[in-house]
Design a protein around this ligand. Structure first.
Ligand code: HEC
Ligand code: HEC
Length: 294
């Protein structure tokens, strides 16, 4: 009996040692992934100063959700505070605690379109992979606007990855998910109610969740329902489509979950853009037609 217990003891002991070694290895791997830095090809942007560009920049900040996640005055907020990490959407203004005080045009471009912060490390949650499709001209207008938003003093704690997050980074959590090192898009089609301009808008923000060609995908956000194929929505009338994006209620009367389908951004397009998006969706074909409630 004693002998058996002794062997069980040795067995358990070695298991614990193995687990400790595995845990420590994961801790090291996670740490090295989190500390990896990325070099990106930013563009030589000429930042405009004319009022039309500033108006365009402000509009881009709304349709791309900058004002949703970073707050209406862009002064930032704690986005997630959970055991694995605290992720803080920075104060973007030039007020106290704001990154606008130090950011250069190149820093803005690197973070927004490439997902890499000035220290070379990846952003978390910030959907830069969607913004990689913004053209040079639009990015320059957005930066022009960001550089002159009123300064707001708002000190926030830094983003922090804690031990469980570090262990997750060694495994399931892809810390470089938003990083795009290759050059971003240089030009875009002219603004108008065309399928081309609709494709430009949709290939960034909408495709980020609804997948390549908008044929449906599983968004990365934990707990999100699948983002369905938008082939069916392309068959709705323009009015039905616009109302859905503005209010989050489909022609069939279903309310889309605003936590996962960001009506806060999709309600901000103008009528030309709804027509452009609709015109583009009308051209979609094939893919798996998901059960439509229209
Ligand atoms: C879904 C929410 C979300 C949206 C939309 C979003 N951001 Fe962010 N942003 C974040 C979060 C969260 C962080 C913090 C990331 C980190 O610390 O790793 C962040 C970080 C940043 C940073 C880096 C700050 C630093 O620490 O150096 C900049 C710059 C930035 N965002 C600008 C923008 C702009 C401009 C837009 C619109 C084009 C935008 N963000 C849209 C959530 C968002
Ligand atoms: C952050 C992820 C995300 C982004 C970005 C996003 N969607 Fe969605 N969308 C979803 C999810 C998830 C659903 C399903 C929501 C539900 O079932 O409650 C959805 C549902 C929809 C529906 C309803 C489809 C149907 O057949 O019922 C439409 C239409 C739609 N999205 C259009 C768009 C368009 C157009 C854009 C870009 C302007 C966009 N979405 C951007 C996640 C997203």
């Amino acid at each position: 009996m004693r002998k058996v217990l002794k062997w069980i003891g040795i067995g358990l002991g070695s298991l614990i040692v193995l687990l400790l070694i595995a845990g420590f290895t994961m801790y090291l791997i996670g740490g090295s992934k989190l500390n990896q830095t990325y070099a990106v090809h930013t563009a030589d942007l000429v930042i405009p100063t004319d009022s039309a560009s500033l108006v365009r920049g402000a509009h881009l900040a709304r349709i791309n959700g900058c004002t949703d996640c970073h707050g209406p005055d862009l002064s930032g907020q704690v986005f997630v505070d959970a055991p694995p990490f605290r992720v803080v959407a920075a104060n973007l203004t030039a007020g106290a605690g704001g990154i606008g005080r130090t950011y250069t045009a190149e820093d803005w471009d690197r973070t927004i379109r490439h997902g890499v912060k000035p220290d070379g490390k990846p952003v978390f949650i910030m959907p830069s992979a969607a913004f990689h499709r913004l053209s040079d001209e639009d990015t320059a207008a957005l930066i022009a606007y960001l550089q002159q938003v009123p300064a707001v003093d708002h000190d926030l704690p830094p983003t922090e990855i804690r031990t469980p997050g570090r262990l997750m980074a060694a495994g399931p959590l892809d810390v470089a998910m938003e990083v795009r090192t290759e050059p971003a898009r240089s030009s875009r089609p002219p603004i108008g109610p065309t399928a081309d301009y609709g494709e430009y808008l949709a290939s960034g923000v909408c495709a980020y969740c609804h997948g390549e060609g908008l044929l449906g995908a599983q968004p990365a956000t934990p707990g999100s329902p699948p983002a369905p194929s938008l082939v069916a929505a392309g068959q709705w009338s323009l009015d039905e489509f616009t109302t859905t994006l503005r209010t989050g209620t489909t022609p069939g009367g279903r309310t889309l979950d605003p936590e996962f389908m960001p009506v806060a951004f999709t309600s901000q397009y103008d009528s030309t853009e709804y027509r452009a998006l609709h015109a583009y969706l009308e051209t979609l074909q094939g893919g798996i037609q998901t059960a439509s409630d229209s």
